[in-house]
Design a protein around this ligand. Structure first.
Ligand SMILES: Cc1cc2nc3c(=O)[nH]c(=O)nc-3n(C[C@H](O)[C@H](O)[C@H](O)COP(=O)(O)O)c2cc1C
Length: 236
């Protein structure tokens, strides 16, 4: 295989990254082709993982009964979260659509199994969280692959893990990491829903990059990249 990406391949790669969205409100009822869903799952399964432990499992869900139970959990947790917000922000929060559990044809629970290939896993001895980080890498692969296939994906974390464990029959040691909703969409928004709703802005790249030390901004060794970053390149 040619190791270089052609310009078209690079463009496709960046298109997936910049046009990926968290989808909650644009799902259609069109079913996802099983071959496409398999490709998305296989992309997730090819993520990096600490010590090649591949600590993920993917539970595919289309049972209406299960979805209803998970949605009940969302409603409870959503109401609980809203109690933590004061004033006008609370009504803004309540107006946000933060899940598409019922509308999306397929839900997937991505889980973490700390015992897989264990107890000794190369690279996980000092930082045990690397196991969970690996599962997050798989989720991001899934998200990007879904986008490339024209499938929307929304991550729902406003849920009780206890309810997930019970409804999905997870053994005690298996940890739910993500509950995601997938389906065809009417459109992919160009900006995140939370940005469009003016909940939060996207930070500038220059606000999140430091040089050599925490919060260090002006370092002459990094002059050229500092200029690029500040010039607001049209990265997309
Ligand atoms: C760990 C994680 C949990 C999230 N949980 C939720 C959620 O419960 N509900 C929701 O609507 N979006 C959720 N999101 C999506 C984020 O709100 C979204 O990624 C962010 O606003 C940026 O938008 P974008 O993904 O369209 O770029 C979650 C994202 C991540 C990475």
């Amino acid at each position: 295989m040619n190791e270089e990406f052609s310009d078209d391949e690079k463009a496709g790669f960046y298109k997936a990254i910049y046009s990926r969205r968290d989808v909650r409100s644009h799902f259609t009822t069109a079913p996802i082709d099983d071959k496409v869903l398999t490709k998305i799952l296989n992309a997730a399964h090819h993520a990096p993982s600490v010590g090649f432990s591949q600590p993920w499992n993917f539970i595919l869900i289309k049972s209406q009964k299960t979805k209803n139970k998970i949605k009940e959990s969302f409603d409870i947790e959503h109401a609980r979260a809203s109690e933590k917000i004061d004033g006008s922000k609370k009504s803004e929060y309540l107006a946000l659509k933060l899940e598409g559990i019922i509308e999306s044809p397929v839900n997937i629970c991505v889980t973490y199994d700390p015992t897989k290939f264990g107890p000794f896993v190369i690279g996980r001895t000092s930082i045990p969280e690397t196991g969970i980080y690996s599962v997050c890498c798989a989720i991001q692969n899934m998200w990007l692959s879904a986008r490339a296939e024209g499938i929307g994906l929304g991550w729902v974390s406003i849920l009780s893990n206890e309810v997930l464990k019970k409804q999905l029959g997870l053994p005690e040691h298996i940890i739910p990491i993500a509950y995601v909703c997938l389906g065809h969409v009417t459109n992919f928004e160009t900006k995140p829903d939370l940005e469009r709703a003016k909940w939060l802005p996207r930070l500038g790249l220059d606000e999140v990059v430091y040089y050599e030390k925490w919060q260090q901004k002006d370092v002459s060794d990094w002059n050229v990249i500092q200029q690029y970053i500040k010039s607001n390149l049209d990265y997309a």
